[in-house]
Ligand binder design. Structure first.
Ligand code: 16G
Length: 242
């Protein structure tokens, strides 16, 4: 396993040169998804640069989603997440099943009243109480998604019942969706969402709208998820027309 040398004639800052060497190694598959990077001190010794410079280079690539840090294990080449498009799983479950550690940074956790538009999708009378949740979602410390959820008041006693996982909270009260309708489209993040996620306004995302439904037909969730376009592959098995 060989990462290339820094470019002697390059006047870019050293951390940028190291980032370029690592990016090239990842693109050339010298470093494959899930490969561990050498320890920071080894990279510093090999390239004769300070550990601070190495850390700065790695921090940048973690932020870009190219590398991921796993607590106690080191830094790895990030693997794109393959998500089954036809499975009703939660973000937390998706990450845990891939050995990654999820966490949420909450933007909103509040009570409100259903908007006219939501009242149609949720099948609620205008003015019915709802809970609103919005958050940035991380895996191993890297931003993965931005989510906005509206949940009818009858599903939870309080918005504070939701810890890191909305579906875990809904499961506790017997309101975890049994099925869902989902719509996906490609969008650019735009200034506002990019700022929340620490990404660029022109970065692509998959906007997935999910309407979660109970076995008795009541809607229990409307969520808009912006999944970063450079981190997700959606996969599904297709059957021949019959
Ligand atoms: C996923 C769902 C989202 C759901 C969330 C619950 C997609 C596209 N969206 O992100 O609708 O609200 O999981 O996750 O899969 P949680 O239980 O970890 O909060």
């Amino acid at each position: 396993e060989r990462i290339g040398a820094l470019d002697q004639g390059d006047h870019a800052p050293l951390y940028k040169q190291l980032q370029k060497a690592l990016r090239d190694a990842i693109n050339a598959k010298v470093l494959a998804p899930d490969d561990a990077l050498p320890a920071e001190r080894d990279l510093a010794a090999e390239y004769k640069i300070s550990r601070i410079t190495v850390r700065k280079a790695l921090d940048g690539l973690v932020g870009e989603g190219l590398l991921t840090r796993r607590q106690g294990a080191g830094t790895f080449v990030a693997a794109r997440v393959e998500k089954n498009f036809s499975k009703l799983s939660s973000f937390t479950e998706d990450m845990i099943s891939r050995g990654r550690t999820p966490h949420s940074a909450w933007l909103t956790k509040s009570r409100g009243a259903v908007t006219p538009e939501e009242s149609m999708t949720l099948g609620l009378s205008p003015g019915t109480p709802v809970y609103r949740f919005s958050r940035i979602r991380y895996a191993d410390g890297a931003v993965m998604a931005l989510e906005f959820s509206t949940i009818p008041g009858f599903c939870l006693a309080s918005p504070d019942d939701v810890g890191d996982s909305l579906y875990a909270a809904l499961e506790k009260t017997g309101h975890r969706p049994a099925r869902a309708l989902q719509r996906l489209r490609a969008v650019l993040l735009g200034a506002e969402h990019a700022e929340l996620m620490g990404l660029r306004p022109t970065d692509p995302a998959l906007l997935i709208e999910r309407r979660g439904i109970l076995a008795d037909g009541r809607a229990v969730e409307v969520t808009q998820s912006y999944y970063r376009g450079d981190a997700y592959d959606f996969v599904a098995e297709l059957n021949a027309l019959s």
